[in-house]
Ligand binder design. Structure first.
Ligand SMILES: C[S@@+](CC[C@H](N)C(=O)[O-])C[C@H]1O[C@@H](n2cnc3c(N)ncnc32)[C@H](O)[C@@H]1O
Length: 413
């Protein structure tokens, strides 16, 4: 082994599929590194008398072979690459010496200067693998924290599209149905945000992370498909038409929806229409308001010993409306959590129906208006008082209404 700080490391991408990689040590360092080695398809051999529960689970699942004993000379036989990560420097030195002897590139986590290979800070975004190594020369010594910070910045930039990386491949002109989350712009997925940054046309709802629209470059056409509760600024037909026309014109279209596209979002109707027109559709799930709005307000939709189920229900029509598909008497008999969307207008009738079918009058209720947004507010009530409380407090849509004992669980943030 040679210590050499005069020359920078030579970066390379190892194609480890089916090739033997030996990991010596089953602690937290191995735990951190194993997933990437598994993802690369390496034939993994772990040598360690003990391992963390997560590493054990990988062995149990057959993802790697575990020799449950201390390292001994000869373990690196047939290896292409080795990771030496025990907490015993002597063991590490012996394993690294064997690697050197066998000309196996070896990462040594206790003393990088004595290792023949270094692990870069890696990340993946937008179909790109990012690997950052700081130089490691005398003038610019290794700085793993800086490498990790740079990696994070590059991954974040690629993910949200702020780091321009033009793709040299034909554009598909398809439509991405993107769930934008409940409203806070930070609650969109990284994939959703990246597709938004790459879009030519964005067709956006009133709900969802509208702040993100401000970040779009001026050439991006934003179509406002704002649907107001109980009425429509633009009929679904017109939305579908806009999606189809723009996609057929070869544009990359994002249909940005609030929450998740398939939770009361008519996402499947749009997907079916697009597919019928031969337009490729990508679905990007989003964080539904049904779970996230209660969560941010400190209400878990399930809680051990309190609720073993939660049911998400649309309250856009009253329980006695012939169009209602909801079995309200059955819901009243449940002990679990009820999460109501689009239910502000009918909350009085809904509460009456649940009470009439046996749900206790003192069941806690939380009305969560404009959750995750700067204007968020919470109004607490019981099933008996919710009609009056909602009226007196002027609760308006959009609101998620949570009914059940979970409302009383936990501290209010
Ligand atoms: C047409 S549904 C769409 C639901 C959406 N697809 C989802 O997964 O969250 C609209 C309803 O979602 C709820 N909602 C969506 N965003 C909300 C928010 N930020 N705060 C409270 N309620 C919200 C309200 O009940 C609203 O009336």
């Amino acid at each position: 082994m040679s210590e050499n700080t005069a020359h920078p490391a030579y970066p390379v991408g190892l194609r480890l599929h089916g090739r033997r990689v030996v990991v010596v040590g089953g602690g937290t360092v191995a735990q951190r590194r194993l997933p990437a080695l598994l993802a690369a398809g390496a034939d993994l051999l772990l040598i360690a008398p003990d391992a963390t529960p997560s590493v054990e689970a990988m062995a149990r699942a057959g993802e790697l072979t575990w020799r449950r004993r201390p390292y001994r000379h000869g373990d690196l036989d047939g290896a292409w690459y080795a990771l030496v990560a025990t907490d015993d420097p002597e063991v590490n030195a012996s394993a690294a010496a064997e690697a050197e002897e066998r000309r196996v590139w070896c990462v040594r986590t206790d003393d990088a200067d004595l290792a023949s290979a270094w692990t870069p800070a890696t990340g993946r975004a937008a179909g790109v693998t990012v690997a950052v190594l700081t130089s490691g020369t005398g003038e610019a010594p290794r700085d793993p924290r800086r490498a990790a910070a740079l990696r994070d910045a590059i991954v974040a930039g690629l993910s949200d599209g702020t780091l321009a990386a033009p793709q040299h491949r034909a554009r598909t002109g398809g439509v991405a149905l993107v769930g934008g989350g409940p409203g806070d712009p930070d609650l969109i997925t990284v994939r959703g945000r990246r597709l938004l940054a790459e879009a030519d046309v964005v067709v956006a709802d009133r709900l969802g992370p509208r702040d993100l629209l401000d970040e779009l470059p001026p050439h991006v056409e934003v179509v406002d498909a704002a649907k107001i509760p109980y009425g429509r600024a633009m009929a679904q037909e017109a939305i579908n038409r806009a999606l189809v026309d723009h996609a057929k014109a070869g544009k990359s279209v994002v249909r940005l929806k609030g929450g998740d596209p398939f939770v009361f979002g008519r996402g499947m109707e749009e997907a079916e229409q697009l597919s019928a027109e031969g337009i490729p559709v990508t679905v990007v799930p989003g964080i539904s308001s049904a779970i996230s709005v209660p969560g941010v307000a400190g209400i878990p939709v399930t809680h051990r010993g309190v609720a073993h189920e939660f049911t998400v229900v649309s309250g856009h029509v009253a329980p006695d409306d012939p169009r209602s598909l909801v079995d309200w008497p059955a819901l009243a008999r449940q002990r679990g959590t009820l999460v109501l969307l689009m239910a502000v207008e009918h909350i009085g009738a809904i509460a009456d129906t649940l009470l009439a079918h046996g749900r206790p009058a003192d069941t806690p209720v939380a009305l969560l208006q404009e959750g995750t947004m700067a204007t968020a507010r919470r109004v607490d009530a019981t099933l008996e008082t919710v009609r009056e409380r909602a009226r007196a407090e002027g609760v308006r849509p959009p609101a998620v209404i949570v009914i059940g004992d979970v409302v009383a669980v936990g501290a209010r943030p």
